[in-house]
Design a binder for this molecule. Sequence first.
Ligand code: NDP
Ligand code: NHF
Length: 380
Amino acid sequence: MATPVNVGMIGYGFMGRAHTNGYKRCPDFFPELRHQPVLKAACARSEDKIQAFADQWGYESIETDWRKLIARDDIDAIDICVPNNLHKEIAIACAEAGKMILCEKPLAMNVAEGEEMCKAVEKAKVPHTVWYNYRRVPAVTLAKQIIESGALGRIFHYRANFLQDWTISEDLPQGGQALWRLDAEAAGSGVTGDLLAHCIDTAIWLNGTVSDVSAMTETFIKERVHQATGEKTKVTIDDACAFMCHFSNGSLGLFESTRYARGHKALYTLEINGSEMSLRWDLEDLHRLEVFDHKDEGALRGWKSVHVSDHGGEHPYMDKWWVPGLQIGYEHSFVHHVADFMKSLDEGKPCGPTFRDALETQKVCDAVLTSAKERSWENV
Ligand SMILES: NC(=O)C1=CN([C@@H]2O[C@H](COP(=O)(O)OP(=O)(O)OC[C@H]3O[C@@H](n4cnc5c(N)ncnc54)[C@H](OP(=O)(O)O)[C@@H]3O)[C@@H](O)[C@H]2O)C=CC1
Ligand SMILES: O=C1CO[C@H](CO)[C@@H](O)[C@@H]1O
């Protein structure tokens, strides 16, 4: 019988659903783990909506005040799936109450907040993690394993894009469900914290730390109606951001993100070029890792597309799913993260990215925003 980890979920939106699916799948697909999640309570301000969510997804109870949820003795772990401006206060309260924390990205609104959060979890010594989920797409995890083997040789370049098009309409308000992303008060920043943060987390994981950055940002729609007041209000988030950087290993980085790339809904791509090998990955084709190996000889030397679906232990996570050759999807990255968190409890080890790891990403985000504002190179 596994040790139950009673989860208190805060938020029933996009991530509330994605994480809950992860908790539900974990015992069935990772039965060997000695800790397993239990859907104990769900919390949000709207009583009707959180009750409906709890009924649909199988939470035993609800709360409408996150402080009451944290105060409950029957809750072991709090999952923070609320807008970014709430992460710090909730996470620190959790740490002080001795609760485990699974916090959504970006860690915080800025580095200062992130530092406080790191100190709180480190002082309380509570298990914690940040949901940079793309690390746990099997093809991305495989890229990490290949890079760690040294097969790429000397790394010269890293580049990543995260492109969307959902905010092109001038009629879209700022504020409200999902649209809190357009309000700097709730989101902290625009595409930098929302989308580039993912690219930066994966980049640091795959290629090491970033030493300095030079960035540009643009806010294409300058005013939008704010849902709280009904008034047209200045938009202060970055609608688009591009930056170049140096990594500490001497390689060069290029990153771009926008919500104004008509036709692109969630195009996250990354590529890394080494002296011996290059790898590239595309979220729209997430089970494939493209590989160019300079050691291949003759007429067949070229980019190959590896279908990451092998069961012989070669492809991370895949032995947990269907028969060889069949693929999995976006939601599985969250299932894997839940399973890795439970495994970290079994082993008494941290589950990355920790708050401290996510603070590195936050530092890059802050440096990017400062650089764009000051038109300067910024050290990270
Ligand atoms: N890892 C990833 O790939 C992704 C990460 N995210 C991150 O997840 C977080 C949540 O995003 P998302 O799920 O899309 O957001 P949604 O807008 O879909 O949901 C937000 C939820 O927060 C609840 N909420 C807001 N304020 C409070 C409060 N004071 N107390 C309790 N509940 C509150 C809302 O319910 P109510 O209004 O009723 O209180 C709602 O259920 C963000 O930090 C975002 O950056 C988001 C998408 C993908
Ligand atoms: O990965 C992601 C996909 O896009 C969302 C916004 O539309 C982000 O919030 C999220 O982090």
